[in-house]
Design a protein around this ligand. Structure first.
Ligand SMILES: Nc1ncnc2c1ncn2[C@@H]1O[C@H](COP(=O)(O)OP(=O)(O)OP(=O)(O)O)[C@@H](O)[C@H]1O
Length: 279
């Protein structure tokens, strides 16, 4: 488990002047971090990574303490076992695809892991190619593979797929899911995309007014009728075994099926947390 308790004075978008977060991240799961622009999502990631100093805080990863301001502990970023994937791929342009992975793996290169990562991200045929010769989707796959080659305790992803077009994005979501099934890494995923969150994350942290406004499963935040939810009309655009894919407010949402009799194109009533529809 990764324990995160931080406090920092910040001028946030919704007039709040302090970011205060106290959460325990479940191990081996992807947790989504959502909130409006300027809510403090990137700042929170930077503090976890050691790139921004909180006024007060305690961050632990298993038995390791990454930060404890009361004890004067502040582990430098390179010592914290974490990896990043950002929107802009930040790859080493002068190294080949394989070189990028080897460099990330460090001194103790696990050849089997490198081969496997190349295979699963469909980059085996591009081993000797430099990143700039790859498509956007391939570059982002390489960025993901490179992050996993580091075998981090925590993977931080800040809108990793938002620069890609819809098709590449949906494909990468599936691959990310495959990679997660295989490697069971613990991750935080900043995303504004409800369908992406519902596909990839098992829990969602919602930041608002400098606080954790909600922290729960997708169903708890998106679909529970006893919460402060909005009733909207959506159109069924996909029917899966347990899930319905619904277009609502120009967004694609994945909802648990209530019964078996849904038709493609049918209008249905859905209940959604309104805060999650305002981006
Ligand atoms: N180093 C810093 N010192 C002081 N304030 C900062 C610093 N970095 C960011 N901020 C402020 O903190 C607020 C939150 O910014 P942050 O980038 O964390 O938001 P965000 O939720 O990631 O937004 P977006 O979704 O637009 O990326 C902003 O108002 C920003 O101006």
């Amino acid at each position: 488990m990764i324990g995160i308790r931080i406090q920092k004075k910040l001028q946030l978008a919704d007039q709040a002047t302090e970011l205060q977060v106290d959460i325990n991240l479940p191990k081996g799961k992807i947790t989504a971090l959502s909130g409006k622009s300027g809510a403090g999502k990137t700042s929170l990631l930077k503090m976890i990574a050691g790139l921004m100093k909180p006024d007060e805080g305690l961050i632990t990863s298993g038995d390791e303490t990454w930060l404890d301001t009361s004890a004067g502990i502040d582990m430098p970023p390179q010592k914290r076992k974490l990896a990043f994937v950002f929107q802009d791929y930040a790859l080493f342009p002068n190294m080949t695809v394989e070189g990028n992975l080897r460099y990330a793996a460090g001194k103790s290169v696990d050849e089997k892991l490198i081969r496997h990562l190349l295979e699963i991200t469909q980059l085996s045929g591009f081993k000797k190619v430099k990143p700039l010769q790859l498509s956007g989707g391939q570059q982002q796959r390489l960025a993901l593979a490179r992050a996993l080659a580091q075998q981090p305790d925590l993977l931080l992803m800040d809108e990793p797929l938002s620069a890609l077009d819809l098709e590449a994005r949906q494909q990468l979501q599936q691959e990310l899911l495959l990679l997660h099934r295989e490697f069971k890494f613990t991750a935080i995923l900043v995303s504004h995309d409800i369908s992406e969150i519902s596909i990839l994350a098992s829990k969602v942290i919602q930041l608002a007014n400098g606080r954790v406004a909600a922290f729960g499963t997708i169903e708890e935040l998106f679909g529970s009728p006893d919460r402060n939810t909005l009733k909207l009309t959506g159109r069924v655009i996909g029917v899966e075994e347990q899930w319905l894919i619904v277009l609502v407010n120009q967004q694609v949402v994945r909802l648990k099926k209530q019964n078996q009799n849904y038709q493609l194109g049918e209008s249905i009533s859905v209940q959604i947390n309104p805060d999650l529809l305002q981006y």
